[in-house]
Design a protein around this ligand. Sequence first.
Ligand SMILES: [Zn+2]
Length: 453
Amino acid sequence: MALLRNLADWAILTHRLYHDPVRRIRSRQLRALVRLVRLARQKSPYYQQTLRGLPLRRLSAFRRFPQVDKAEMMEHFDTLNTVGARKDEVMAYALDKERRRDDLGYWRGRFVVGLSSGTSGNKGLYLTPRSLTRRLPGVFLARGGVRLSDLPLRILFILRVFSQGFADINAPLIRLRYLHSMTPPADILDAFNAMDGNVLMAPPSVLRQLLPFRDRLARPPRRILTYAEVLEPEEKARFARVFGAPVAEIYQASEGQIASPCRCGTLHINEDLAYVELEDEDGTPVTEPGRRPARMLVTNLVNGAQPLIRYRMNDLVELGGPCPCGSKFRTLARVIGRQDDVLYLQDRNGVRRAVFPDLASRWIITTDDRIREFQVEQVAPDRLRIALDLGIGAWDGTVPLPGAEQGIVDALEARFREELAAYDIPCGLDFQVRPIPLPADNRKLKRFLGLPA
Ligand SMILES: [Zn+2]
């Protein structure tokens, strides 16, 4: 039964992605929104209150609906969800699982609980019904950037955390093995060889650590998929070259499956799974390719357990243009990073200039392949501290850096000076060479640290 359900989902989702005309995409979205809003009004006291008196007969009316952010969602968790879940209870469950490093299982036998990273008191809790996670294999086959010719899939999956949701991807045609992102690089590649893997799934930071061990791979993967972190175009090209496999990105968050690669490797918004609104500062919809919207609002169209309606994401994206695959699903040219990754520096005229994380990442990544990891910290309004992991341990600055490494630091300093000068930004630069380990717990490595507000 499960196999049939998965194959049906695969067929439907594939057909929609490549064949739905815009008109059908929109009508399907409206129907899904009406259904979700009706459910939310019936079963969520929070939405009964906030969505009162708001008609929804056309998509444009949805723009008048109130937005919700993580803080508000968490504050009203108990009345927002439609399944009678209480925040203290679900949080205790999630924290206990995290402490025991037990990633599997369902809360009350019915829900996968996602705990998003954040400072204490700022964590997000997300409920996904088991009925949905059971359907992930079909979704993954249709929207995971894989091809039927890759079947059966033997996936090595690397992340900071595992979840029952990922375990549920295991199906007759998909075998998935999980390793923690702290696993030593050589062991990761040995595991991939041992399972005769054909799909390698890992965050870019982990792939970067695998690069020097590439020769251990018995044969190149058929496909590499990244997620959980921004994939810079230069790194994408480097991974493809070094590992000898096409690289694509999946853009998935606790809030939903936002965008997936098509057969051309372009990131398409999953228009039938998430309703994504891209807006300017003043609320005008952003539709032109190349634009970076000020706001992204996501409404998860398939998860009614915890309706997220016009949920404000913290992510920065850039809209893309039409894709040669023919799909009318909108494309994302790139996922740029999080809003709190933007650094603000002043130019010579005292104007506050935003330095976007993709820009600074590119300067660093393209300067030298031996830079394994980095962190950029703003230590004063006009000063940046740039830490580099060059794989040589820590350097405290009291003895000269070896020539090769000094060359990397010099090249990077010159690059930063040149780039910042182009924006007329005077800025002091300090460099550090030190190991930058990935966090061992449920957090992402923060590469950009702004000044405390
Ligand atoms: Zn496409």
